[in-house]
Ligand binder design. Structure first.
Ligand SMILES: Nc1ncnc2c1ncn2[C@@H]1O[C@H](COP(=O)(O)OP(=O)(O)OP(=O)(O)O)[C@@H](O)[C@H]1O
Ligand SMILES: [Mg+2]
Length: 234
């Protein structure tokens, strides 16, 4: 199975080795895929439609079982989807966070943990708010609060800003940037995007093609690599 890779580097927040995943149709979505995140921070994956990005995140999250390879992480992974409506379950913000809490806790502790998660994403005061009254950006921040309440420290974000307006997009991106730069307990985030301007805030970016991930480079380097050439050049 996919834990405890023999050659994985223990200092790394995530090591993916030689992962192969085929759908039941026989279509290989991941082909001997390798990926190593060097340290905590915000790491981005880009790549064309169908290159395997979402499949890779689902394997790392444990939702799909690869046929070959290893995934090694000392961290607790959690997915954040493009559409927060797909992961917010209960009617109010507070109750939604409450069900994700881990471990035995007293009532006061649970209350405190919910308030802490809301505070971390800038939603203090929203505990009683019905989820359907939130904006798209607020819903996405609540989904992120849910991962924090569940003590996840490896956030797997699959185009989390694709449905958001520019201001909410910036808010969510800067929130994750801040959580990944925390001087005491920086999170590790693997963020899939088709929005090239988001690359400016990452610690490294890699291109996925045909079920494999290429080497890390800077966000600016990736933007240059992907930017269309000026007209007249080929
Ligand atoms: N449930 C499924 N059953 C069969 N094939 C699937 C399924 N989901 C995805 N695939 C196939 O697996 C391949 C990789 O898909 P995946 O969704 O991982 O790509 P992606 O890089 O996330 O694309 P996008 O940028 O469009 O989100 C594609 O060829 C896709 O058609
Ligand atoms: Mg996808």
């Amino acid at each position: 199975m996919v834990q405890d890779a023999p050659t994985a580097c223990l200092a790394s927040p995530l090591v993916v080795e030689d992962l192969t995943f085929c759908w039941s149709t026989g279509h290989p979505a991941l082909r001997h895929c390798n990926l190593q995140i060097p340290r905590a921070g915000l790491w981005m994956l880009v790549g064309s439609n169908g290159s395997g990005k979402s499949t890779l995140l689902r394997c790392i999250a444990g939702l799909l079982q690869p046929q070959e390879g290893h995934i090694n992480t000392p961290l607790r992974p959690a997915l954040v989807f493009q559409n927060p409506d797909h992961q917010l379950l209960l009617p109010s913000c507070g109750s939604d966070l409450m069900i994700g809490l881990r471990g035995p806790m007293g009532t006061d502790q649970r209350q405190q943990a919910v308030l802490q998660a809301l505070g971390q994403v800038g939603l203090l005061g929203f505990e009683q708010r019905p989820i359907h009254t939130l904006s798209g950006g607020q819903k996405q921040r609540l989904a992120i609060a849910g991962t924090l309440a569940a003590q996840a420290d490896l956030l797997l974000l699959d185009e989390p800003t694709a449905l958001l307006d520019p201001e909410s997009q910036r808010e969510v991106l800067h929130l994750i940037r801040r959580l990944c730069s925390d001087p005491e307990q920086p999170l590790t985030a693997l963020w899939i995007t088709h929005r090239l301007e988001e690359l400016d805030l990452c610690d490294g970016a890699a291109l996925m093609q045909g079920g494999r991930v290429g080497p890390w480079c800077s966000g600016a380097g990736m933007r240059r690599q992907l930017a269309p050439l000026p007209e007249g050049q080929s």
